[in-house]
Design a protein around this ligand. Structure first.
Ligand code: GUN
Ligand code: FE
Length: 495
């Protein structure tokens, strides 16, 4: 039961699963079995609560509700570049692919970037942003932390589109004023411009959604090399002007050349993390994307400031950045969520990010030069401990992400009082397999196996819930995402 006034969970007349090893990780209320939901005793409406609408009902449905995915790091304007990165690595990728595509979100009639109205954004920007929101929703992303571009109208348009389509979102105008790094055709003209344009998007978003129910601004210094000292300082001050202080997002220690460049640009700071700390940008509401190569001292600083990490394994592999030692960070008490990092990452799916998080953790044990998993928290065995389980990566995709965006009490799980941000997952059953070979032989039909209507996760009847989850993570995709809700509102339904 979900309240029609605030979209919060009032209670269940359904069975909530907390099977075996998922129990500890997904907490007591992991996911909801739809068979139990439909066969349960409740139907109808009482008081101010409405029953979540179940879209269809079939005999053997293999459906379950799962908390909506939280993408803690995604670049909306890079969507047209999905799949384009060749053999580049971070710094040449930015120059060759990324800055050119992002620069197209500005308006020719507003060369100084002073317009505010989303309608001043180029039509192509509106089209692409609308597609991004629709597409991420279709993959079950109920909350996303977006990097936009430097352009105010297009950034405001992204906020307005998330608001109207009903996606929970953090919207960041990307700050980049360093003329020694950013190209002339795509940068803020000064630190002051960077701050005032950021202020302008914050004001727009606060007017659009005064209580921040769905959409909130997030201060976004792109990363250290794109920002001058005055810009970093001004952004740190801007954050602290608000109560509570604003959210912050940026990149950190993604690539070794980037780290060397930061050292060259900020010789007075002992580390990459310490640059952000110097300018009061390392806070409990800071999302640090990548964190592949942080030193032990930097991790200790991140932990001390309670800043959060967005793990982007697909991007880290695609751009050859490295493998982030997630187990080490978790052992040290750092809060971690998952990010797609489109288009460093090639997929808008957090399910794919979960899969890649599993895979990259399995490779980590075979790389050299990485931090070892130390025996902590009573774990004696270190060998193989770097591996993340399916349950753990689903945790990072939901509850971990919720903690990263400072909403752990509100989203990421199904406890009473939390917000109904959810997805209905449908896995294929035996019925979807079509003709069996003997039928085909006897009736002369050439087709032995028809593709099932819901994609390639076929269940054969004997799977435990834990096995269903494993099949979903390893071979599922958006064909299994049947419906998606944010704050109790149905925001996507599979065609
Ligand atoms: N570092 C600075 N900008 C970017 C970006 O757009 N993507 C990634 N992956 N890293 C960055
Ligand atoms: Fe990124």
């Amino acid at each position: 039961w979900v309240s029609s006034s605030d979209g919060r969970i009032k209670g269940f007349d359904w069975q909530v699963r907390d099977d075996a090893s998922f129990q500890a990780l997904m907490s007591r209320n992991g996911w909801v079995d739809v068979d139990a939901a439909v066969n349960g005793n409740g139907n109808g409406v009482t008081g101010s609560t409405v029953k979540v609408k179940i879209v269809t009902a079939t005999e053997d449905r293999n459906e379950f509700f799962f908390p909506g995915f939280i993408d803690t790091h995604i670049h909306a304007p890079q969507f047209p570049n999905v799949g384009l990165f060749g053999s580049s690595t971070l710094l040449d990728w930015l120059e060759t692919y990324t800055f050119p595509v992002e620069s197209g979100f500005g308006s020719k009639s507003d060369p100084k970037n002073q317009a505010k109205n989303p309608k001043d954004a180029p039509p192509s920007a509106l089209r692409i942003y609308d597609q991004v929101v629709a597409r991420t929703l279709s993959h079950g992303t109920t909350c996303a932390s977006y990097f936009a571009t430097v352009h105010v109208p297009a950034t405001n348009a992204l906020a307005a589109l998330c608001h109207s389509r009903g996606q929970r979102a953090f919207i960041g105008r990307t700050c980049m004023d360093n003329p020694d790094f950013c190209p002339e055709y795509y940068r803020d003209q000064s630190a002051d411009d960077s701050i005032s344009a950021t202020r302008s998007t914050i004001e727009y978003i606060h007017t659009l959604d005064p209580k921040g129910t769905l959409v909130k601004p997030i201060v976004t210094p792109r990363f250290v090399p794109t920002c001058t000292r005055p810009a970093l300082e001004g952004l740190g001050k801007l954050v602290a002007e608000y109560n509570p202080p604003l959210h912050i997002q940026t990149h950190i220690s993604e690539n070794t050349n980037e780290i060397a460049l930061v050292k060259e640009l900020f010789p007075e700071c002992p580390s990459y993390a310490s640059v952000y700390d110097t300018y009061n940008l390392l806070t409990p509401r800071t999302i640090l994307a990548h964190a592949v190569h942080l030193t032990a001292d930097e991790r200790a600083l991140v932990r001390k400031r309670d800043a959060k990490v967005s793990h982007c394994p697909a991007s880290n592999a695609a751009l050859g950045s490295g493998i982030a030692p997630i187990r080490v960070m978790l052992d040290e008490g750092i809060t971690v969520g998952l990010g797609t990092d489109v288009s460093g990452g090639y997929s808008p799916s957090i399910l794919e990010a979960a899969r890649q998080a599993c895979l990259s953790s399995r490779l980590l044990g075979h790389t050299t030069g990485h931090v070892e998993c130390k025996p902590v928290n009573g774990f004696e065995k270190t060998e193989g401990r770097e591996k993340l389980s399916v349950a753990e990566t689903l945790y990072l995709a939901t509850r971990g992400g919720a903690a990263v965006v400072d909403m752990a009490d509100e989203i990421g799980g199904f406890e009473e009082g939390m917000i109904w941000d959810a997805q209905l997952i449908e896995l294929g059953g035996m019925k979807d397999l079509g003709h069996c070979p003997l039928d085909a032989v006897s009736n002369g039909s050439g087709s032995l196996v028809k593709p099932g209507p819901v994609g390639n996760v076929d269940l054969f009847g004997a799977e435990t819930w834990e096995e269903k989850m494993q099949k979903w993570v390893w071979s599922g995709d958006d064909r299994h995402t049947k419906a998606v809700w944010v704050g109790g509102r149905l925001v996507h339904q599979r065609a």
